[in-house]
Write a protein that binds this ligand. Structure first.
Ligand code: SF4
Length: 480
C-alpha cells in the first residue's frame, strides 16, 4: 500500500527521546492522512493490533468497567498490542497508520461505521485524559488541532463560575468545586455534558469547565471521523477497483477477523485427538456451543443440511479435531437415509476433503469465528448462523432450558440478546452450564467455547468432582 512520501527512519539513538516527546502528540483528531509506503504484511499487522485494542475497549465497556479500572486495562492493551509502536518503531507512525487502515475497513456498512466510531471515540477520550494531564498539554493540543474554543473573558468569568457551581451543586456535587478555565460552546455540541448536568446553559450556549474539555473535543473527534468514513465510502470503487485482488479482500475481511489464537490451525490446542464418530454425540451434547449443537441436531433429524450449515459445522468439527476419515464417516452415515453412497461421494465428499485441504488449492480452511457466524442470515429452512441472533426469545429460552442452563443465566442471556450482544449471551449460557467457571474473555469462537468447556470438565474430573453431561435438546429445535 502506498501512503506517499515515506519519511526516512530516525537514527536509533534519537528514538527514545522522540518517543517521549510523541506521548502528547499521539492524541489527535487524525485530520492528516499518512503518507508513506508499507508492506502488505505490515498493513495487516497494524490493523490487527488496533482491532485487538478496540475490541478490548468494547468488551470492557460492555462489562461495565469505568474510570480507573477501564483506563488501566485499556492502557495495558495499548502496550500489549504495540498500538503506539514497539520499542524500535515510531509510535506516531504505527498509531496513525493503524487508524487509517481501519477507516478503510469500517467505512462501508452503517453498523460497521457505528462500531468503529464508538470504540475510536472512547479510545480517544481515554488517551486524552491519560496523556494530556496539564493545562499546557491541553492548550498545545487545542492549538495543534486548530480548535478555537471561546474561552470566557475575565470580566464575566466570576459570574459564570458562580452559575456553574450552582448547577454542579444541584446535581449532587457537594465537594470543593474548582473551575479554572471556562469555554463557551453551542449547547448541541456537548449533549452528554448537558444530560449529566455538568454545564451551565445560557442563551443557547453551554459553559464548560476545563475538566470536561474532553467531552467537547471528543465531539470534534467524532465529527471528523464520521466525515472521513463517509468520504472513503464515496471513493471506495476508486480506491479499490474490482480488479484489485490483493488488498481489497484483506481490507474487506478485516471487520470479520477473529482476533484470538488460530483455533483451526494444525496442532492447535483446540484439537483433541480423542474425537471420533463414536463419541461425537456425547461430546457435542456436553461441550458444543448452541450454534453447533443445533446443527448436529438438525443433521440427525433431517439427514441433510444446506450448504452454509454444512460449512459451519464441517469446519468446526475439523477445528476441534475430528479427523478427515471420521468426518467422512459421520457425514455419509447422517446423510445416508436420503443420499445414496455414490451420490454422496460425487456431491458432498469433495467438499469435506476440500475443507481439510485435500482438494483444490489444498488450503487449510479455518472455522468461522463468532463475528462471522453472528452476521450470517438465511431462510427459515436454513440452520446456520448464531441462534442467539436468529432465534426468537421463546425458542431460545426453550432451547437453553432443555440444556439445563441455570434459570438466572437464561434471563441474563435474554437481556444480552435483547441488547444485540449475542456473544455475551452465549457466555451467559456457558456460565449457566459450567457453574463457577470463569469466562473473563467472553466467547469469540465456537472452538474456544468447546475448548473452555473441555478444560472445565477436565479440571473437575481430575479434582474428583462430578461432570454430569448436559441433556440433548429435542430434535427440531433449530433457529426459527
Ligand atoms: S456466540 Fe459464537 S459460539 Fe456462541 S452460539 Fe453464537 S456463534 Fe456459536
Amino acid at each position: 500500500m502506498n501512503f506517499l512520501g515515506n519519511k526516512p527512519a530516525a537514527p536509533e539513538e534519537s528514538r527514545a527521546g522522540r518517543k517521549h516527546a510523541d506521548e502528547h502528540r499521539i492524541v489527535r483528531l487524525y485530520k492528516d492522512h499518512p503518507t508513506c509506503d508499507i508492506s502488505i504484511d505490515e498493513f495487516e499487522r497494524l490493523a490487527l493490533q488496533r482491532l485487538r485494542v478496540l475490541k478490548k475497549v468494547e468488551d470492557l465497556k460492555l462489562r461495565g468497567k469505568q474510570d480507573e479500572a477501564l483506563m488501566t486495562e485499556v492502557m495495558t492493551s495499548i502496550r500489549d498490542n504495540n498500538l503506539e509502536g514497539s520499542a524500535i518503531e515510531d509510535p506516531m507512525r504505527a498509531d496513525q497508520l493503524s487508524h487509517f487502515i481501519l477507516r478503510l475497513s469500517y467505512c462501508g456498512k452503517p453498523e460497521l461505521r457505528k462500531w468503529f466510531t464508538t470504540q475510536e471515540c472512547e479510545l480517544f477520550r481515554l488517551r486524552f485524559i491519560d496523556k494530556l494531564k496539564t493545562e499546557d498539554d491541553r492548550a498545545l493540543f487545542l492549538q495543534r488541532e486548530g480548535l478555537a474554543y471561546t474561552a470566557v473573558q475575565t470580566s464575566e468569568r466570576e459570574m459564570v463560575q458562580q452559575k456553574m457551581k450552582e448547577v454542579l451543586r444541584s446535581s449532587g456535587n457537594d465537594g470543593d468545586i474548582k473551575i479554572e478555565q471556562i469555554f463557551k460552546v453551542p449547547f448541541i455540541s456537548v449533549p452528554d455534558l448537558v444530560s449529566q448536568r455538568k454545564v451551565w446553559l445560557h442563551g443557547g450556549f453551554a459553559y464548560v469547565g476545563q475538566k470536561d474539555l474532553v467531552s467537547l473535543v471528543a465531539q470534534d473527534f467524532r465529527i471528523n471521523l464520521s466525515k472521513g468514513l463517509a468520504s472513503i465510502s464515496r471513493r471506495w470503487r476508486e480506491i479499490f477497483p474490482d480488479s484489485d485482488q490483493r488488498l481489497r479482500p484483506l481490507v474487506e475481511g478485516l471487520s470479520q477477523r477473529y482476533l484470538g489464537p488460530d483455533l483451526g490451525a494444525a496442532g492447535n490446542q483446540a484439537r483433541r485427538s480423542d474425537l471420533t464418530v463414536a463419541n461425537l454425540t456425547s461430546v457435542s451434547a456436553r461441550h458444543f456451543p448452541l450454534c453447533m449443537h443445533n446443527l448436529m441436531q438438525t443433521v440427525r433429524r433431517d439427514h441433510h443440511l444446506r450448504h452454509q450449515g454444512r460449512q459451519q459445522l464441517s469446519l468446526f468439527l475439523k477445528a476441534v479435531g475430528l479427523p478427515l476419515e471420521e468426518a467422512l464417516i459421520f457425514w455419509r452415515s447422517e446423510f445416508g437415509p436420503k443420499v445414496p453412497g455414490d451420490k454422496f461421494d460425487k456431491e458432498y465428499a469433495y467438499n469435506i476433503r476440500h475443507n481439510y485441504g485435500k482438494e483444490g488449492k489444498m488450503t487449510e480452511y479455518t472455522a468461522h469465528s463468532c463475528v462471522s457466524i453472528t452476521r450470517m442470515t438465511g431462510g427459515a429452512d436454513e440452520h446456520h448462523g448464531c441462534p442467539y441472533r436468529r432465534m426468537d426469545e421463546a425458542s431460545l429460552r426453550a432451547n437453553l432450558a432443555t440444556l439445563r442452563c441455570e434459570p438466572a443465566r437464561i434471563n441474563e442471556a435474554m437481556q444480552k440478546k435483547a441488547g444485540g450482544h449475542f456473544q455475551l449471551a452465549c457466555a451467559c449460557t456457558f456460565q449457566g452450564l459450567h457453574a463457577g467457571a470463569d469466562l473473563e474473555l467472553g466467547i469469540n469462537h465456537p472452538a474456544q467455547y468447546y475448548l473452555e468447556s473441555r478444560r472445565v470438565y477436565d479440571e473437575r474430573e481430575s479434582a474428583g468432582g462430578s461432570s454430569k453431561p448436559a441433556a440433548i435438546p429435542e430434535a427440531g429445535a433449530g433457529p426459527s
